[in-house]
Design a protein around this ligand. Structure first.
Ligand code: FES
Length: 56
């Protein structure tokens, strides 16, 4: 599912990045550019990060 429509970033991409060690939003923003435009995806991205970190 697309999380960031502005940059075309999916939840799968975010989950994989977190599993690879990018556990902070700031890192994901640098790597994937998620949330780099309108910012509407930030909240959902933070929720995905938290869910993935809980699994680790
Ligand atoms: Fe992610 Fe706009 S939806 S920056």
């Amino acid at each position: 599912m697309y999380v960031c429509l502005c940059r075309g970033i999916t939840d799968t991409q975010i989950r994989k990045a977190v599993q690879a060690g990018s556990g902070e939003f700031r890192q994901l923003k640098q790597e994937l550019e998620v949330g780099a435009q309108c910012g509407k995806c930030v909240r959902m991205t933070m929720e995905i990060i938290a869910t993935e970190l809980d699994k680790l």
